[in-house]
Design a protein around this ligand. Sequence first.
Ligand code: ADP
Ligand code: GLC
Length: 483
Amino acid sequence: MARLKILYATSECFPYAKAGGLGDVAGALPVALAERGHDVRVVMPRYATTKKFDATPLAGSLGIPFGPMTAWARILRANLGEDRGVQAPVYFIEHDRLYDRGGIYNDSHGDFGDNLERFAMLSRGAIELCRYLGFEPDVIHVHDWPTCLLPVYLDTVEAWTPIARAATVLTIHNMGYQGWFPRADFPKSGMPWDSGAVSSLEMHGQLNLLKAGIMHSTMVSTVSPRYAAEIQTKDGGEGLDGLLRARGNDVVGVLNGIDESTWNPEVDRHIAANYSAHDLGGKAECKAALQRELGLEQNPHVPLLGVVSRLVGQKGIDVVADALGRLLELGTQIVILGSGDSHLESQFQALSHQSRSFRAWIGMNEGLAHRIEAGSDLFLMPSRYEPCGLNQMYSQRYGTLPVVRAVGGLDDTVENGETGFKFDDLTADALVATVAWAVEIYRHDPHRFHSMRVRSMQKQMGWSTAAKQYDALYRLAIRRRRG
Ligand code: ADP
Ligand code: GLC
């Protein structure tokens, strides 16, 4: 089949910048697409944290039209996928006034006040970059609200340029973040009031970037089949369910994969010992090392429960907080790695100092995230909603059985009683009862627990399945855009 030219525009991409799962996806899917033979180019901002990575500057500067002005940016290039024998070039847009600061979307004071301008520049810059490179994409893949203006530009201010032939695919990773801005800020999108775009962006007297992205993208996808259905209901649609239902024929769910060169206990360099489904010996060492690292009693028989999460409402960590006392009474040890809600952060920190069997680590810590996946016996994800979720799949890959609420991608990826444990109600009671069930099997039916671990570890979770589905989705989008 013909090789496609794909532009992949994103606000996050591991290892260069990551706030959550979007970063992991953008660091892996382009490589899987390149492995299928496609010409994939990634474009993202050059944040302060991105500057620690080697990158080669391209000649000259890129002039990005922005309202009546032109903004100048330097472009640098790095490559993803070299360890797998392919090349997916990553182009960084360097514009220090907008990007050279700690944080991708926010800092300790909250969301950056110039986010509309920051991400408008990314979308417009991505188009300009294609012209600079002489690259005419067949399809442009955008992700979440930060790159939602790109399909809008193609239908308005860029409508008569060759790049407007490109089909666009918007992947929604999270309906909870839509990119709301005051209506008066419209000129910061870089488009004139008479461009025709304001009506697409308008919602309840404000601007909503995700809404405009849904309207203007050729196809819309989200990151699991169940979430694709949920967002078309009132409960899951966050106010955009009507629009998504109206576009129902163009909305699909493609389940995320996991990057098995990064999240794989056989080769993971962050963990105390490597292990596999055939020889789980190293996992006991990882557990002992984690208990040591956290100052927990080093006891192989105590079930160790892990959490790695943004501490936000979506993740249901408040339910873990409510259940914590009762979970510890089951004779468990618990470790939470996360950051977010300051109330939860301080609550966990205080308890961490008092308790013998509970530890909290507040902040981002990539290495510890891997050590928790490897060293724990169970992993908790009681999410209110979960578009896909990667950590439950990482847990399965590491033989750490996930205990999850049966929503979104969690429901699609965990087989109850086989590769994890599921519950329905978002209550401390339901969480405690399900953990009690899991702990019962851990203690009294070690054979079953072991075979559940092995089955989880042997699941096919790499990116090749999703890449194949995106391939078909891109071709469908191209046909629809051209036809
Ligand atoms: P979401 O994108 O909603 O946060 P996912 O499960 O898709 O949820 O992905 C979360 C990613 O972010 C995982 O790679 C996880 O390990 C990582 N992560 C979340 N919090 C932390 C943290 N405090 N330290 C290190 N990694 C974290
Ligand atoms: C979002 C979702 C998460 C998903 C990730 C990657 O952040 O909250 O469920 O796994 O994006 O698609």
